[in-house]
Write a protein that binds this ligand. Structure first.
Ligand code: PLP
Length: 377
């Protein structure tokens, strides 16, 4: 019988095991230890940013990012609808309300529509941006670099400057994606906005089992994120806590896996690039990544008019695939929230199927998936 081909699974075949053994041998298993610092340094050096703060998950990284941006209960935060729900839930953790935006053909937030929203629906007076309909302050924008693509950051950063809001980059899916042309040439996804979050969940381009990282160009923000992620401890001996903190720090064992994975990130991107090309050469069109970027090719998106039937057909042929996420503004906890001129997201939301993209997928297996899709017709 043919091997079951999973959608996206970890690849742990480098130094990860020996680093974990080392962490265990030293009995540094919790939220302190040298591997955490090494992991932070590895991500900071790779993304060419001075510093990084390791967290328990990408979700925790986003929650802390919102706090660092000064988002407060009652504020509004602009978010995309076509993304994983964990990009939006932290807005609610912070007591704020999401406002949902449409995507463009890169699947990332449509910046022209966002500009229209600010012009048509908002007041910009006294340095503050207010949603005219609700009277709420717009405190931040969370932009998601969907599937390893990079959103149009030039337009977004210009709007941030004009209206005075901070930009949070959800780069959870885009570690290693880099801008190659224009004003931000050479900059990595996550390091362009005011603060950025990565995820090392099991299905991401590198994994620590569960884990995340925060990077920021704003002085003091990473110190605050680190402080809040470690229970806001103000005295190392006496239990003095001058703020409400969180238990959001990465553990040394997770970080040991991560240090091993970071050594292999460029190889993973190269494999994903090759397999992406291989699908196309085998006659399966995939959505392109944005011109002028070097994407990390994390997830592959194919369009099908009979998408849900195709998911079932592939499953019966031992190939795992997934329909793209249900649009968040249609999910129960968010159905009463404000959303703005949804057009492209519903189109893509009904048609995208994500195909196997693990880094241990062989070109023969890509050809088998392609053959199965063609048999489906
Ligand atoms: C767009 C997006 N945001 C946030 C997250 C949350 O990351 P984590 O699973 O590490 O909490 C993920 C992935 O899981 C994601 O894909």
């Amino acid at each position: 019988m043919d091997r079951f081909i999973p959608l996206s699974v970890p690849n742990i075949k480098g130094n990860e095991q020996s680093y974990v053994d080392d962490a265990l041998a030293l009995e540094w298993v919790s939220t302190g230890g040298a591997y955490i610092t090494r992991m932070e340094k590895a991500v900071a050096e790779y993304t060419k940013t001075p510093e990084a703060v390791a967290c328990q998950s990408g979700t925790a990284a986003l929650h802390l990012s919102l706090i660092c941006c000064g988002v407060e209960p009652g504020d509004e935060v602009i978010v995309p609808t076509l993304t994983f729900v964990a990009a939006v839930n932290p807005v609610k953790y912070a007591g704020a309300e999401p406002v949902f935006m449409d995507c463009d053909d890169s699947l990332c937030m449509d910046m022209d529509k966002l500009a229209l929203f600010f012009e048509e629906e908002c007041d910009h007076t006294g340095g503050s941006l207010t949603d005219r309909r609700t009277g709420r302050r717009i405190a931040a924008v969370i932009v998601v670099h969907v599937f390893g693509n990079i959103a149009d950051m030039e337009k977004l950063m210009d709007m941030g400057k004009r209206y005075g809001f901070p930009v949070i980059e959800d780069a959870t899916e885009a570690l290693g994606s880099r801008v190659e042309k224009g004003r931000y040439a050479g900059r990595f996804a996550g390091t362009i906005g005011d603060i950025g979050a990565y995820s090392f969940n099991g299905n991401k381009i590198i994994t620590t089992g569960g884990g995340g990282m925060i990077v920021s160009s704003r002085p003091g923000w990473l110190d605050r994120a680190r402080y809040l992620s470690t229970q806001a401890k103000d005295d190392p001996v006496y239990f003095v806590h001058n703020a409400i903190g969180y238990n959001y720090r990465m553990t040394n064992v997770q970080a040991a896996i991560g240090v091993g994975q970071m050594e292999r990130l460029e190889d993973f991107i190269e494999t994903k690039r090759k397999n992406y090309r291989c699908y196309i050469e085998n006659g399966i069109p995939l959505l392109p990544f944005r011109e002028g970027t070097r994407p990390n090719y994390w997830f592959y998106s194919h369009l099908s008019e009979r998408r849900d039937e195709l998911v079932g057909y592939l499953d019966r042929n031992r190939v795992q695939s997934r329909p793209v996420w249900r649009l968040i503004h249609t999910l129960k906890p968010y159905e009463d929230c404000r959303s703005y001129r949804m057009e492209k997201a519903p189109y893509y939301g009904d048609r995208i199927i994500n195909l196997p993209c693990s880094t241990n997928l062989s070109e023969r297996e890509v050809a088998r998936v392609a053959r199965t899709i063609k048999q489906f017709g």
